[in-house]
Design a protein around this ligand. Structure first.
Ligand SMILES: [Mg+2]
Length: 396
């Protein structure tokens, strides 16, 4: 089997760095991007100068204000700008390897296997990636390279900001062993506490424990997973967005549902989830699928093909609902309902056949698209329920 070489690139203090890039007077000062001081809310991101005071993202803004000196700059997030910069970064990384998988607004994995012949050592590939990002957007990224995703990610976190860490396969164990367990992605706080009660604090400690013991203490799946991760065994597959064949979301109800309004709301929710994933992956599809299961596991799917590719919640919902209404199952109780999209096509203009914002205008909607992307980006970073619609404003 061919050995993979995986690169993880992570922009340093992304939102705050964009603000410092665009406003030279913010440089070398603590910068906090997030809620307005004096209001409720949290820090979305902060510069390294602010981190020195113990401030971090997700901290309440009131707490940050207490800790930070008067020269601190507080700005409201400009999500549309960050989303645009993120796209430029991905384009720059794609010049290094065509196999790029964005994982959040400021992080991506690249499969750089076999590129040594072209670029030289793994270090040279890493430098090239960092330079490409800096040239494209004027920001620093930390880069980690390793035999799989886990090691590459830990390597990029190893030296920040502007770091470059390469961990060859034979160096993985020495790199991981001294690490505290919570650093190992996938080890939650609860598991870490359970392991600490067993006297295990580092990756190396856990590596000395037999797999049976880990399974007994943590459960079969979690135990086996930890056993592997402690040995640096993890996925080495990078999935560029387009390798996905379809995106779908479905709900199985606890009991059969007849209530049309509830079914409609469910479909609307599912369409929103599907649209969110599609936009995150930069995909637009032409085939909307409705899936419905009635009593007795009787399952049907119906599809509709659009003339214009879309990633918009409203269009996915409208087509899905039309398929539902056209079905011959009306009045029958529903056990499962879902909607999906597939048939990816490049964006050939605009899908202006429905308007999320309620207006009836047609034509291109670059602004709405930007807002969508901005919302998606925040959702990806901070979880659902963090933001609603609203125009990001800039303060100060
Ligand atoms: Mg980052």
């Amino acid at each position: 089997m061919r050995q993979r070489l995986i690169l993880h690139a992570d922009l340093d203090a992304f939102f705050a760095s964009v603000e410092q890039r665009d406003r030279p007077e913010y440089r070398a000062r603590p910068v906090v991007v997030g809620a307005e001081p004096g209001r409720r809310g949290v820090v979305a991101a902060c510069s390294y100068e602010a981190r020195r005071y113990g401030v971090h993202s997700a901290m309440p803004i009131s707490e940050a204000v207490r800790r930070l000196p008067p020269e601190t700059v507080y700005v409201r997030p400009r999500m549309a700008v960050y989303a645009a910069v993120s796209r430029e970064v991905l384009a720059a990384l794609a010049t290094i390897s065509p196999v790029v998988e964005p994982v959040s607004i400021d992080e991506a994995y690249l499969d750089v296997s076999g590129l040594e012949r072209l670029f030289g050592s793994p270090e040279a590939i890493g430098r090239r990636a960092r330079d490409a990002v800096r040239e494209a957007v004027g920001l620093s990224a930390s880069v980690g390279i390793g035999p799989n995703r886990l090691v590459a990610k830990l390597a990029s976190e190893h030296r920040k900001p502007d770091g470059l860490t390469v961990i060859p396969r034979e160096g993985v164990q020495d790199f991981l062993d001294p690490m505290p367990l919570p650093v190992l992605h996938g080890v939650g706080a609860k598991t870490a506490r359970a392991l600490e009660r067993m006297g295990l604090r580092t990756v190396g400690d856990v590596r000395r424990v037999a797999i049976e013991e880990l399974r007994r203490r943590l459960g079969r799946v979690a135990g086996a997973r930890l056993y592997e991760r402690c040995r640096g065994i993890a996925s080495d597959t990078v999935n560029p967005g387009t390798s996905r064949k379809s995106i779908s979301k479905e709900i199985t109800f606890e009991e059969d549902i007849r209530d049309l309004e509830m079914l409609r709301d469910t479909l609307r929710w599912a369409a929103r989830e599907v649209g969110h994933v599609a936009r995150r992956e930069g995909l637009k599809g032409t085939v909307v699928t409705l899936k419905i299961r009635l009593e007795g596991f009787e399952t049907h799917t119906r599809t509709h093909t659009l003339s214009v590719p879309t990633a918009r919640d409203q269009v996915i919902f409208r087509e899905g609902w039309a398929l539902f209404q056209a079905g011959d199952w009306s009045e029958r109780p529903v056990r499962l309902l879902g909607v999906g999209i597939a048939g990816w096509k490049a964006d050939a203009g605009t899908d202006d056949q429905g308007d999320l914002f309620g207006g009836a205008e047609s034509g291109p909607k670059p602004k709405e698209e930007r807002i969508y992307q901005a919302l998606d980006a925040v959702t990806a970073k901070f979880g659902k329920g963090t933001v609603g619609f609203g125009v990001p404003r800039r303060k100060g």
